[in-house]
Design a protein around this ligand. Structure first.
Ligand code: DC
Length: 233
């Protein structure tokens, strides 16, 4: 009999604090971390670099299937991403790449092509899976499913602050429009639309700090008595 490693699925739109929550959970539990958004961003980046039309589904799926992607520990303790041997960590995080990723992610063939890669990340002692469809499609048997939400206004404010800290001057109104547009595309697409699994715990983070959210999730983890790779959660 094979035993499968446990998964904690964390889904929700961008700007809800998913990335930070997942990194802190993975560190505390000593589990692996899957940033599935980076996969869609990498397909988008590879398509833009190769001049592939973002509406050409079969060409996108071929790119997704053949992606030479490596995740490494980055200098700032985050995760670094190499595409075909080139460090693309920063380029993946741009607004343009995010917008293209949202279009790429709407292609069913791309989603199918990335499934095996995501399943391969499930290794002992466990996996924290960050995305949009972790609890509904990729890991429906996750031991814990969290769905984070926050108002679009608050998410735009958080993104604006992040970009300002990096010295980038983007208008708040433009960010809000982009976020609302991307949310709508992610929610309305026919395959794996953004929605909480029926058995997910939904947490609205609009008024909550990272520590507040962590406290709620850590309580849920303790209630499930999950085996950790380290001694503290
Ligand atoms: O989380 P992110 O901003 O890096 O995601 C980039 C895009 O990829 C976003 O538009 C949603 C999409 N995505 C998805 O459809 N399914 C996932 N599991 C993760 C991301």
């Amino acid at each position: 009999m094979t035993t499968t490693a446990p998964v904690i699925a964390v889904d929700g739109p961008s700007g809800t604090g998913k990335g930070t929550l997942c990194a802190r959970l993975a560190e505390g539990l000593g589990w692996h971390l899957l940033d599935s958004g980076a996969l869609y961003r990498a397909v988008a980046l590879a398509a833009l670099a190769a001049g592939v039309d973002l509406d050409d589904e079969s060409a996108l799926a071929r790119l997704a299937a053949g992606l030479q992607l490596d995740f490494t520990a980055a200098a700032d303790a985050g995760i670094g991403v190499h595409l075909g041997g080139e460090d693309v960590t920063e380029r993946l995080r741009t607004e343009d790449c995010g917008a293209a990723a949202s279009r790429v992610a709407a292609c069913p063939a791309v989603r199918t092509a990335l499934l095996a890669r995501q399943h391969a990340c499930r290794r002992a002692p466990g996996l924290i899976a960050d995305g949009r469809d972790m609890g509904t499609v990729v890991f429906p048997d996750a031991v814990l499913k969290i769905f984070l939400t926050a108002s679009a206004e608050e998410r735009a404010r958080r993104r604006h602050k992040q970009l300002k800290e990096k010295g980038m001057n983007v208008s708040l109104a433009q960010l809000f429009q982009d976020i609302a547009g991307r949310d709508e595309r992610d929610r309305e697409r026919s395959v794996a639309p953004l929605r909480p699994a029926v058995d997910a715990t939904v947490i609205d983070t609009t008024q909550l700090s990272v520590e507040d959210v962590l406290a709620v999730v850590r309580r849920l983890v303790r209630e499930r008595d999950l085996k950790t790779g380290t001694t503290h959660v």
